[in-house]
Design a protein around this ligand. Structure first.
Ligand SMILES: NC(=O)c1ccc[n+]([C@@H]2O[C@H](COP(=O)([O-])OP(=O)(O)OC[C@H]3O[C@@H](n4cnc5c(N)ncnc54)[C@H](OP(=O)(O)O)[C@@H]3O)[C@@H](O)[C@H]2O)c1
Length: 330
C-alpha cells in the first residue's frame, strides 16, 4: 500500500498559474508516453509515486494518450483507485480533447459534441467525477471558436472540470479565445504549448508575451525535446530509448551529427553549472518567470528524481544564456 512521503512538499516550488488562484508545481508529470498498454504497469505506478513523493502534484493526460488511445487514462485511473485515491484532493489532474479519438465526424477537432462526449469518456476511464483542468487540445480551423469555448464553459458549469485551458494556440488565437471565455465568466487559467531550448515558437508567435499580458499561465510540453536535451543520445541510440521503444513521434533521423554536436556543447555548459543537461534544459525554461510549469515525460522513476533537481538552480548568467542561444539557434 502506497503511503506518500511526509516531506513531499518540502523541495518543490509552486507557481501561481497566471493571476488565478491555482498553483502548479514547477515540474509536472506527463503521461503521453510509457503509460499506455505497451508500458509496464509496475513502472507506471512507481513513476506516479516518485513524482508525488517529490512534490509533483500535477499529472497531465489527454483522451488519446496510449497506445491504445485511452489506455493511459485507464492505467492512471487504476493507479489512482488502487493506491492514490486518498490523495485526490492534493492532486491536479488534467485531460484534453482535440486530436483524433474515435471514427466518424464527432471524434476529433473542436465541436461541442466532441468535447463534451470525450470528457465524459475520460472521466469514466479514470474513475473520476471531475478533472481539475480540461483543455481544448489544438485549434480547429473549421469550428467557430465561440462554439468550442462555449463547450469549455458548459463543461466547467457542469462541474466536470474546475478550470479550462487551451493548447497549441498562438498569441492572436489566445487573445480571441480569452475574450470569449472572459465574456462567459469561464475560469480559463492556462496555455499548454511546446517550448524548449531548441523550439522557440512561443517566443515568435506572441503566445509567451500575450499570456503574461492577460495574466494566464503557460505550461510547457516536451521541455526536453522528447529526450534529445539530455545525456540520452550522446553515445548513440540506446535500445531502451524513446526512439527505439516508441518511435511514433521521435524518429531516428532527429539524431543527426549536427544536432548531437549541439547537444554535446550544451552538455558542457550544464556540466560547468553542476547540472545534468536535462536539469539545465528545464531550468532554462523556468528562468524568467513566464512559465508556470514544465511537463516532463519519463520512462523510469530516476529520470523524475533528476528532473525535479532542476529547480535548485534556475538562474543563468548573461554569458551562459548567450552561449546557449549561439549553440541552439545556429
Ligand atoms: N498539448 C500537447 O499537444 C502535448 C504534446 C506532447 C506532449 N504533451 C505533454 O507533455 C508531456 C511531456 O512531453 P514529452 O514526453 O515529449 O517530454 P520530454 O520531457 O521532452 O521528453 C520525455 C523523455 O525524455 C527522456 N528523459 C526524461 N527525463 C530524463 C532525464 N532526466 N535524463 C535523460 N532522459 C530523460 C525520456 O526518454 P526515454 O524514454 O528515451 O528514456 C522521456 O521519455 C507529455 O507526457 C504530455 O503530458 C502535450
Amino acid at each position: 500500500m502506497y503511503n506518500a512521503d511526509k516531506k513531499r512538499y518540502d523541495n518543490m516550488i509552486y507557481n501561481r498559474c497566471g493571476k488565478s488562484g491555482l498553483k502548479l508545481p514547477a515540474v509536472s508529470l506527463g503521461l503521453w508516453h510509457n503509460f499506455g498498454d505497451t508500458g509496464n504497469f509496475e513502472n507506471m505506478r512507481q513513476m506516479c509515486f516518485t513524482a508525488f513523493d517529490s512534490g509533483i502534484t500535477h499529472f497531465d493526460l489527454a483522451n488519446n494518450y496510449g497506445p491504445a488511445e485511452g489506455s493511459a487514462e485507464i492505467n492512471f485511473g487504476k493507479i489512482l483507485r488502487e493506491d492514490m485515491f486518498a490523495y485526490r484532493d492534493e492532486m491536479i489532474i488534467s485531460t484534453k480533447a482535440g486530436y483524433y479519438m474515435w471514427p466518424g465526424p464527432y471524434g476529433d477537432w473542436g465541436s461541442r459534441k466532441y468535447l463534451i462526449a470525450s470528457l465524459d469518456q475520460s472521466l469514466k476511464r479514470m474513475g473520476l467525477e471531475y478533472v481539475d483542468i480540461f483543455y481544448h487540445h489544438r485549434p480547429d480551423p473549421e469550428t467557430p471558436l465561440e462554439e468550442t469555448m462555449e463547450a469549455l464553459a458548459q463543461i466547467v458549469r457542469s462541474g466536470k472540470a474546475l478550470y479550462a485551458g487551451i493548447s497549441n494556440y498562438d498569441g492572436p488565437a489566445l487573445e480571441k479565445a480569452e475574450a470569449i471565455l472572459r465574456d462567459l465568466h469561464v475560469p480559463f487559467v492556462i496555455n499548454q504549448n511546446r517550448y524548449n531550448i531548441f523550439d522557440r515558437r512561443i517566443e515568435k508567435n506572441g503566445l509567451k508575451e500575450k499570456a503574461k499580458e492577460l495574466g494566464k499561465g503557460i505550461i510547457c510540453f516536451s521541455p526536453l525535446e522528447q529526450g534529445l536535451l539530455s545525456d540520452r543520445y550522446l553515445e548513440g541510440i540506446p535500445e531502451d530509448s524513446r526512439i527505439r521503444t516508441d518511435g511514433r513521434f521521435l524518429k531516428e533521423d532527429r539524431i543527426s551529427e549536427d544536432t548531437i554536436s549541439k547537444v554535446r556543447a550544451l552538455n558542457e555548459i550544464a556540466k560547468k553549472r553542476g547540472q545534468t543537461l536535462a536539469e539545465m534544459a528545464l531550468a532554462w525554461i523556468l528562468k524568467d518567470g513566464y512559465v508556470t510549469s514544465v511537463i516532463v515525460g519519463a520512462s523510469r522513476p530516476s529520470q523524475i528524481l533528476d528532473n525535479v533537481k532542476a529547480i535548485e538552480n534556475i538562474s543563468f548568467t548573461e554569458e551562459e544564456l548567450a552561449e546557449i542561444d549561439k549553440i541552439s539557434l545556429s
